[in-house]
Design a protein around this ligand. Sequence first.
Ligand code: HEC
Length: 155
Amino acid sequence: MFSKNALLTVLLGLSIASCTSKKEAEEAAKNSPTPSEAAAPQAEVHGAELKSVELTNPLNKEWVSAGKGIYDTKCLACHKLTDEKLVGPGWSGVTKKREAVWIMNMITNVEMMLEKDDEAQKLLEQCLVRMPNQNVTQDDARKILEFMRSNDGEK
Ligand code: HEC
């Protein structure tokens, strides 16, 4: 009888111990995500509001042409480079009219802008179409901004 109890105690102890260590492992996994999990929030563009943008002077020519490439594939369907509206407003003059940081947030975080920003909401009232999130990274958005500045005549 005694030895059976002792065995039970040992087994119980073992199962508790293994249970705890499993929980601990899970906690640890939660607190220190694997590299792939850690990369996910960066790939997901919405949620991070940008506070400032550094402008180059003169323009970064490589970014201008990279930005043009992104424009051609992701933005051209809705935005002209003149001041003429297509689905969205034409881009001519946009960098004079808006802060760089506003433009960057509009590109990378359009849902938040349409929800919170008065100017973005005014545009929505005029265009009647919600600009879709184009999954543009901040790096790519910065290149598009450079292309917009070039489109507005900056050198
Ligand atoms: C499906 C159409 C569509 C696509 C594609 C699109 N946009 Fe837009 N965009 C809009 C609309 C519509 C607005 C006006 C705001 C609204 O109604 O959501 C807008 C507004 C903007 C504005 C503000 C313009 C201003 O005059 O202040 C910027 C900047 C902008 N878009 C950048 C981009 C960039 C960069 C891309 C490509 C990566 C892009 N958009 C792709 C439809 C689009």
